[in-house]
Design a binder for this molecule. Sequence first.
Ligand SMILES: Nc1ncnc2c1ncn2[C@@H]1O[C@H](COP(=O)(O)OP(=O)(O)O)[C@@H](O)[C@H]1O
Ligand SMILES: O=C(O)C1=C[C@@H](OP(=O)(O)O)[C@@H](O)[C@H](O)C1
Ligand SMILES: [Mg+2]
Length: 170
Amino acid sequence: MTHPVSPRVVLVGAMGAGKTTVAELLATSWGVAARDTDHDVEAAAGKPISEIFVDDGEQHFRALERAAVATALAEHDGVLALGGGAVLAEETRTLLADHAVVFLRVGLSDAVKRVGLGVGRPLLLGNVRSRIKTLLDERTAVYEEVATHVVDTDGRTPAEVAAEIEELLR
Ligand SMILES: Nc1ncnc2c1ncn2[C@@H]1O[C@H](COP(=O)(O)OP(=O)(O)O)[C@@H](O)[C@H]1O
Ligand SMILES: O=C(O)C1=C[C@@H](OP(=O)(O)O)[C@@H](O)[C@H](O)C1
Ligand SMILES: [Mg+2]
């Protein structure tokens, strides 16, 4: 790791992979802080993600997200969860290149079960299943590209996923 401050691990993957949930579990286990770029974006905008999309558009959300990721990578030394689309930005992929990055892999059917109606996730408006399928098809190769480790989450509890990450990074 070439940075004075760096997250112990950065979690990437699709909506419903469990990034936010597993980040909290890992951080608790390690006695460090969990941080989530979605929360940082909401704090910066002063409103929930769904409202940012409606009021300001996805492009504005992505700009706030790029800035939130860059700041968090530079100053957070705990566990960092990204939003599912953060890795679409080339700038973010470049910044991730010298970090420990775990791709939490989730298949279509578990992802659909976990996100429910998709409330709070504006990209899932409409048919949740077909939206997730499209996003998995478009993005899986990108998650693989940025990852230093891959962990399967299908049929496993968040605690099991967190335990595997601890083992991998031990
Ligand atoms: N391994 C898992 N098994 C079952 N449910 C999970 C798992 N991981 C997360 N969840 C649930 O799925 C939903 C989405 O999880 P979340 O952590 O917000 O995912 P992400 O941040 O990757 O979109 C939450 O309700 C969470 O409790
Ligand atoms: O995949 C995406 O483009 C998005 C994922 C969401 O985060 P989670 O992956 O934590 O749900 C959130 O950043 C926003 O709704 C867009
Ligand atoms: Mg999340």
